[in-house]
Structures are given as C-alpha cells and as structure tokens.
Design a protein around this ligand. Sequence first.
Ligand code: SF4
Length: 141
Amino acid sequence: MDMQPKKVGVLSCSGEAEAEGTICRNAVRLVMEKYRPDVVTTLCLPLYLAGDTGEREFAKKFPVISVDGCGKLCARRATEKYSGTVQDAIDLRALLEEWGVTEKLSRSHPGELEDKLAERLAAEIVKRIDAIIEDGKIVER
Ligand code: SF4
C-alpha cells in the first residue's frame, strides 16, 4: 500500500489583528479554491491550538507549509510544537520587505493593494507546493 501523502498542508496564521494575517488567510483560500484545489488541505489554527487531537496529526500526515503574517510565526511555531517540523515556512512581513512593499496596509478596509498582495502571496505558496511535489514528497494525481 502506498503511504505517501496525497496532499500538502498549508496552514495560515489567524492574524485578525494584523493586515498581513488577513492577506495570508486570503492567499491560502485562493490557493485552495483556485490554484491548487486538489492538492491542498488546511485546518483552523485556533482549533489546532485548542488541542484537537485529530488536527494535531496534521504535520505527521502531510508535508506542511506555514504561512505567517509576521515574525511571531504563530502557525509555524504551533505546528512545530504540537505536530512536527514544517516542510517550508513563509513570513509575509519579511517577504514584503524583500518585495520592497512599503505602503501601509489596512486591516479594517483591505482594498486593491491588499488583494494584489494576496494574489502575489498565493503565487509564492503555489511555487513552494510545486517544489514539494517535484521533490516527490506527495503522490501526484
Ligand atoms: S504570525 Fe503575526 S499576524 Fe499571524 S497570528 Fe501571529 S502575531 Fe498575528
């Protein structure tokens, strides 16, 4: 029987208090619904932190990419604490610096800029998912 996982887990931070957290959640939704719908699975970070045992099997079952809004890395740290090492990790605030984005982002009224950044982040996540597939860490359909 083939024990290779069939999905990549992509776990976003919950980041309600930070504009970057909302961008992360939106980017993960884009990846799940539009760009790699058959390949990605996710879970709710708060449920994970609340101690759901099924959810804590997550990183044991799937290679995980954590997607965090800032350097506090809540999704990455939660995964590594409760479930296992992450395969790859994104810190959006560090990425924004790398991309030279200096505009102030809105948490309460996200607009065109935040939408564009969610798309750009989604493309980055897709790139990393594809690298995991190319490495043979999941079974392709
Ligand atoms: S990583 Fe940063 S933005 Fe995300 S939940 Fe943690 S503190 Fe908030």
